[in-house]
Design a protein around this ligand. Structure first.
Ligand code: ZN
Length: 307
């Protein structure tokens, strides 16, 4: 939650004191629940995925999201590990207060690798951390609504090749031309060096001043990069997560994530290894970034059309 000075500064400060810790502990709770053993690693099409969805649908209702096209659940079919499975994206809307036409897609994938070789891949950082951060941002927007409409997307099937985001872009529930930005979160918790990266400005330079401004008031070391040279191979994250589907469709993206850690895509990506203090500062930074993008979405869209 962003706490601004205003005529009601005293009341706002009290609100901030009251609201922030509650949100933050809720974010940790969401990560803990989603990455618990009984979610079985949330593999696309598996029972653990359905269990995660039940929890997430309840949380989406709690933070006041509205269904998209009459539903929160948007199924699609994919091939995963050699068989046809059903994936389900979860989509919810936060209407803007002044410009409901232009949309920011705020996203994170909730699926992970499931159970393999008898081991459960809980995916606390990848990507329960991003899903919980998206919900924390949605909660902040419920307290002070965004100017532009925000479409919250919790993707399924990311680990099967960005399947959920690709399904969305292939058959978007709103015209793609209305989407000015995809703010995507994937692995925002295990900043073992105290660093969070944001990728995107190399492809979409109009984002840079906004990312610089967010970095200046960030609660973590927010660095820009991993979006082209000098980053190479798997260190170039341009298509590394669901934002890649939006980039391929010409939609600007800002992707937030930490660098790989020893438990990346391993069975040890567990809740107890998440540095709690860093994660909460990461969430606070992401709330600020979302506010900044919302306040400047018109300019970002105009610059994208010129570009
Ligand atoms: Zn991921």
């Amino acid at each position: 939650m962003t706490c601004r000075a205003s005529l009601f500064a005293a009341a706002a400060a009290l609100l901030c004191l009251a609201a922030s810790p509650a949100q933050e502990s809720q974010a940790l709770r969401d990560v803990r629940v989603l990455s618990a053993d009984d979610m079985q690693g949330r593999a696309v099409g598996a029972p653990g995925s359905a269990k995660a969805r039940t929890y997430l649908l309840e949380r989406m209702r709690q933070v006041g999201l509205r269904p998209v096209g009459g539903a929160f659940e948007h199924p699609f079919r994919i091939e995963s590990r050699g068989r046809a499975v059903a994936g389900v994206n979860l989509l919810g809307l936060i209407p803007g207060t002044s410009d409901t036409e232009r949309v920011m897609v705020l996203s994170a994938h909730y699926d992970h690798l499931g159970v393999r070789g008898g081991q459960t891949y809980n995916g606390a950082d990848d990507n329960a951390s991003g899903v919980a951060a998206v919900l924390a941002i949605a909660e902040a927007f419920r307290e002070r609504p965004p100017e532009h409409t925000v479409l919250v997307a919790l993707w399924d099937g990311e680990e099967a090749g960005l399947a959920g985001a690709k399904a969305f872009v292939t058959a978007p529930p709103i015209p793609m031309s209305r989407i000015a930005l995809n703010m995507n979160l994937d692995m925002v918790g295990r900043g073992d060096k105290g660093e969070l990266y944001v990728a995107g400005a190399r492809h979409y330079p109009m984002l840079k001043p906004h990312l610089d401004a967010v970095a200046a008031e960030a609660d973590v070391a927010l660095k820009q990069g991993h979006d082209g040279p000098p980053w190479k191979g798997s260190d170039d994250w341009t298509f590394g997560s669901d934002h890649g589907a939006f980039h391929a469709a010409g939609v600007p993206f800002a992707y937030f994530g930490v660098e790989d850690h020893p438990d990346y895509h391993g069975p040890g990506d567990d809740f107890h290894k998440l540095p709690k203090d860093f994660y909460l500062r990461s969430v606070a930074t992401l709330v600020k970034a979302a506010r900044r993008f919302d306040a400047n979405l018109g300019g970002i869209a105009r610059a994208a059309r010129r570009g």
